[in-house]
Ligand binder design. Structure first.
Ligand code: HEC
Ligand code: HEC
Ligand code: HEC
Ligand code: HEC
Ligand code: HEC
Length: 121
């Protein structure tokens, strides 16, 4: 795959690189960017619904109580709508998917329990 298979906003890329020449100093740190879920889905299963069916057997994301959840099935609810595919599938890091997925969940489920309103309102 090429970079612009995922980084499709060519206008933004052109602007970001407008002053760059082959003699420019290379940046050492990447700037934050986002890749929309719809783009990932255009190659992977087409829709979130299909992705959920295709990965029905996945139960590798668990909380401290042992509750196993398919990470794709929660994405359709309102509270989880802002989560990006790339938040778990980090495309430019070697971090394992199970670790990054769990990290993403407990960024809100701070008690490592996939439920709210059981301990406080
Ligand atoms: C399979 C899709 C995919 C491909 C191919 C891809 N990227 Fe990315 N890239 C992403 C996603 C998703 C992010 C944002 C989340 C992250 O950092 O993983 C990202 C982030 C970045 C960032 C910003 C860093 C950040 O932390 O947000 C840069 C710069 C970048 N990519 C450059 C490249 C270059 C250069 C190539 C080709 C060598 C490339 N990408 C190929 C998906 C991709
Ligand atoms: C242009 C098409 C394309 C886009 C866009 C794309 N992918 Fe992929 N992806 C592929 C292909 C092709 C493979 C390799 C499949 C294989 O080897 O069976 C792959 C592999 C993967 C795998 C590994 C699957 C496995 O069986 O281990 C994951 C996870 C994945 N992509 C997630 C993403 C995410 C998340 C994004 C968006 C940031 C994305 N992809 C964007 C085409 C794409
Ligand atoms: C909350 C974390 C999380 C998010 C968000 C997420 N995934 Fe996944 N995904 C996983 C985990 C965990 C697996 C299972 C990996 C494994 O066990 O090999 C997985 C597996 C996959 C696979 C491989 C399925 C296979 O056959 O092995 C694909 C493709 C994929 N995800 C695409 C996506 C796309 C596209 C999105 C965005 C719509 C997305 N994922 C969002 C955690 C996530
Ligand atoms: C942006 C914050 C946030 C993130 C990230 C998040 N959650 Fe949630 N989650 C919530 C909130 C808030 C609720 C309570 C929703 C309600 O009942 O109104 C909730 C409810 C749930 C529920 C019960 C209701 C439902 O929607 O099914 C499950 C299961 C769940 N989350 C699992 C997960 C898993 C697994 C992850 C990681 C893939 C995750 N959540 C990531 C905020 C988040
Ligand atoms: C297992 C019990 C437990 C669950 C489940 C739980 N919490 Fe909490 N939460 C606590 C405790 C204990 C505190 C207070 C101690 C602290 O600040 O760490 C707290 C504090 C908070 C606070 C800070 C409140 C303040 O006034 O500072 C927020 C916000 C919060 N929780 C949100 C959530 C959300 C959202 C969920 C679901 C995603 C959730 N909690 C699930 C136990 C829980």
């Amino acid at each position: 795959m090429t970079c612009i298979d995922c980084h499709t906003d060519e206008d933004a890329l052109a602007a970001a690189h407008s002053d760059a020449t082959s003699a420019s100093k290379m940046l050492t740190k990447l700037k934050q960017t986002e890749v929309e879920n719809s783009l990932c889905l255009s190659c992977h299963e087409g829709t979130l619904e299909n992705l959920v069916s295709a990965t029905e057997g996945i139960a590798s994301v668990t909380d401290s109580k042992g509750t196993a959840v398919n990470p794709h099935s929660v994405l359709s609810s309102e509270q989880h709508a802002g989560i990006l595919c790339g938040d778990c599938h980090s495309m430019h890091s070697d971090k394992g998917i199970e670790e990054s997925a769990h990290d993403e969940c407990i960024s809100c489920h701070h008690a490592d329990v996939f439920q709210c309103y059981t301990c406080h309102d």
